[in-house]
Design a protein around this ligand. Structure first.
Ligand code: ZN
Ligand code: ZN
Length: 228
């Protein structure tokens, strides 16, 4: 099932509540996040629905290296040949195959990360991203460093359509929320990071929960305004 969130941006539900996003660019698609281990299946299905082939995904940009975003990367990379890009602060996480203890502020988060089901096949990024980078070939995706949930968390702004793909900086599962503090690396940084998202974005895609566009985006801006 495909959902055109904005011109050039397609949402791909990878489970009933998790999303990846396909962005049309200069040389093919850029995929924002992947998902759990089986996420390649719905993503490749979406490509087929669009009449495109796996190798049309040229790169995967990761909002951050948590298992629910990166576990499916190895399989998707093998199927597509896509390059993998992540913020430099989480390059070693990808290579380590799990979130390190320093990556969670709470005991609960650190305990969960010991579970093998939350580990992934170690990956080497093909390139790293830093704040302000325009992802080459992506057709206008700008990386915005938004630490807090994780140290190298990135929000991707699709500048041509005014769309913010916010990863786990905000959740929209049952209303807008920052998510559990124990699972965040530095919960205190989250609100300030969100204030960096431009106030004129016209659509918002969440890794978890339904996207917002049209009048619905006002709720997103109001949520950020009351945090800071
Ligand atoms: Zn996360
Ligand atoms: Zn997540």
């Amino acid at each position: 099932m495909l959902d055109r969130l904005a011109p050039g941006v397609v949402r791909i539900p990878t489970t009933g509540r998790d999303n990846a996003f396909l962005v049309d660019g200069d040389d093919g698609f850029t995929l924002v996040d992947v998902g759990w281990a089986d996420a390649a299946v719905p993503i490749l299905g979406a490509l087929a629905e669009l009449g495109r082939k796996p190798s049309d995904i040229k790169r995967v940009v990761l909002t951050h290296a948590h298992p629910d975003h990166v576990q499916g990367v190895a399989r998707l990379r093998d199927a597509t040949g896509a390059r993998i890009l992540v913020h430099h602060a989480e390059q070693t996480w990808l290579e380590g195959g799990r979130v390190p203890a320093s990556g969670r502020s709470g005991v609960l988060g650190r305990a969960l990360d010991k579970l093998p089901k939350l580990h992934w096949q170690p990956l080497t990024a093909d390139a790293t991203l830093t704040d302000g980078d325009l992802v080459p070939g992506s057709g206008g995706l700008r990386a915005l460093h938004t630490p807090g949930h994780s140290p190298g968390h990135l929000v991707f702004l699709h500048e041509p359509s005014g769309t913010a793909l916010v990863g786990d900086a905000v959740f929209n599962r049952s209303g807008l929320a920052l998510g559990p503090a124990a699972l965040a690396a530095d919960p205190q940084l989250r609100a300030g990071s969100l204030a960096r998202i431009p106030g004129d974005v016209r659509a918002v895609g969440f890794a978890h929960g339904a996207p917002l566009n049209g009048d619905g985006v006002q709720a997103f801006h109001a949520f950020i305004a009351q945090l800071v």
